[in-house]
Design a binder for this molecule. Structure first.
Ligand SMILES: [Zn+2]
Length: 458
């Protein structure tokens, strides 16, 4: 499976870590986790080597920076939940930014209630540790930590709904804390950049205020502004002559200063972990997989201008949700299922895999899809009922979409940057051997071991 068996892999990881950690690194101690959404390992190495991030360079010299794999699909809600639960998406129950409601063709935004196992932060709180957590997806509605502070994530509809305690709300309002960047400003790069910097400062202010105010054991702070910058302005990083390239790099100069401040505040035994949930690359084209399924004769709608998946025709064999998730229109599971469970289901899935791998970009004849996996291969047997039957991973540059309107299979990208699976990063301020190909769900084991708060699955 994507992750081997979780227990096996984590034992291996811990053995390797134990063999490499210095003598007191595994003792109980405080830990700081900085989540930098969508920051690629390769970009971090680049910004370190070209002098944009001198503080990070200093930390990397004394610690360990490794490339990390995200989840499939590589979406923030999915990957951060894997980090926090220590298990793969099929086991924690969130498999996309939206997920289907079993027994219907409807979708919804998964929330804290969709997470099946306990999260690492909840477990730490349960065992008496003081946790400060801001912005970590998926934290809406916010988990109610008995001993600590929990500020919800970007999925919260308002700041009022992102907290449990009224005193905390007052404090966040005083700081003008923001849950996310205002992406509706993206059409005006100057305003958008100003908002990105403003929101980043709000994250910083909340982190250091709680840092000073609370006697915390575990601090988990998530920065969303990096992901927002990349989606709308990734071209500025890649183009040496980009008019906003310096602004792009300035965000990293500022983050580097903040990282330096964090490092300067760390006690001797405090573990600092920094990580991202996925990497980024530029978008070449959007690929509309529901249009593709219609071209292949595998998806039909009851009307010629369908508004939602609820108008699927009963003769359909499959449908798709972003990014690259496929569901067989299965009898007994879907309301108008057409495919019999068992041999027919397998045949349809196998056929779909072959067709997906044969999908080419008409401009250059290159394959669009890098990998397609069956749910049980990725997630193991007995995974969540919302898990897709197949997950396709596109090659860099092909942004997989799921619109049901329109006829164009390939379109120019609406955004400049898209997520990548294999280029997230993991940093710890210890000299350790982190195995290459480590998966994001394994990263929390390192924090858990340090804080001595490993749950049954962490
Ligand atoms: Zn993103």
């Amino acid at each position: 499976m994507e992750n081997g068996t979780n227990a096996q892999m984590s034992d291996q990881l811990l053995e390797q870590l134990a063999a490499n950690l210095d003598s007191d690194a595994l003792r109980k101690g405080r830990a700081v986790v900085l989540g930098l959404d969508g920051v690629p390992y390769s970009m971090l190495r680049d910004l370190i080597s070209c002098g944009v991030m001198p503080q990070m360079a200093r930390l990397v010299e004394a610690g360990t920076l490794q490339r990390m794999e995200s989840t499939l699909p590589c979406v923030s809600s999915v990957a951060w939940t894997s980090f926090r639960t220590g298990v793969n998406p099929g086991q924690h129950g969130i498999t996309g930014f939206t997920d289907r409601r079993p027994g219907t063709y409807k979708t919804h935004f998964p929330t804290t209630k969709s997470i099946l196992p306990s999260t690492f932060d909840e477990y730490a709180d349960f065992t008496g540790l003081k946790v400060v957590m801001t912005g970590m997806p998926v934290n809406y509605p916010p988990v109610n930590l008995k001993n600590g502070i929990s500020v919800g994530c970007f999925l919260s509809p308002s700041i009022e709904k992102a907290v449990c305690a009224p005193e905390l709300l007052d404090e966040l309002k005083q700081m003008d804390y923001r849950l996310d960047v205002n992406t509706s400003l993206a059409a005006d790069p100057s305003l958008f950049l100003a908002d990105i910097f403003y929101v980043t400062e709000r994250y910083r202010e909340a982190m250091f205020r709680f840092w000073d105010q609370q006697s915390w054991d575990l601090m988990m702070i998530h920065f969303m502004s990096t992901d927002r910058l990349h989606h709308f302005m990734w071209d500025q990083y890649e183009d040496p002559a980009g008019p906003y390239r310096q602004d792009f790099l300035n965000l990293y100069r500022r983050l580097d200063e903040i990282i330096g401040e964090v490092a300067a505040r760390l006690g001797k035994d405090t573990l600092l972990m920094m990580l991202s949930d996925h990497g980024f690359c530029s978008v070449k084209r959007e690929v509309n997989l529901n249009v593709w399924l219609q071209h292949e004769g595998l998806l039909r709608f009851q009307t010629s201008t369908p508004k939602s998946l609820e108008e699927i025709d009963g003769r359909s064999q499959a449908y798709s949700l972003i990014p690259g998730r496929f569901y067989i229109n299965l009898k007994g599971r879907e309301p108008r299922g057409s495919v019999e469970p068992g041999a027919e289901y397998e045949a349809v899935r196998n056929d779909l895999m072959v067709r997906l791998l044969a999908l080419r970009d008409p401009d250059n004849g290159e394959p669009v899809i890098q990998r397609v996996e069956k749910r049980e291969t990725l997630y193991g047997e007995g995974c969540s009922s919302v898990a897709p039957d197949l997950v396709a991973l596109a090659r860099y540059g092909y942004d997989l979409k799921d619109q049901i309107s329109g006829r164009a299979l390939f379109k120019p990208g609406m955004l400049k940057g898209m997520h990548t699976y294999d280029d997230a990063f993991l940093f710890v301020n210890r000299r350790v051997t982190i195995p290459e190909g480590i998966k994001i769900y394994e990263a929390s084991h390192i924090v858990g071991e340090h804080c001595r708060c490993r749950g049954p699955r962490h």
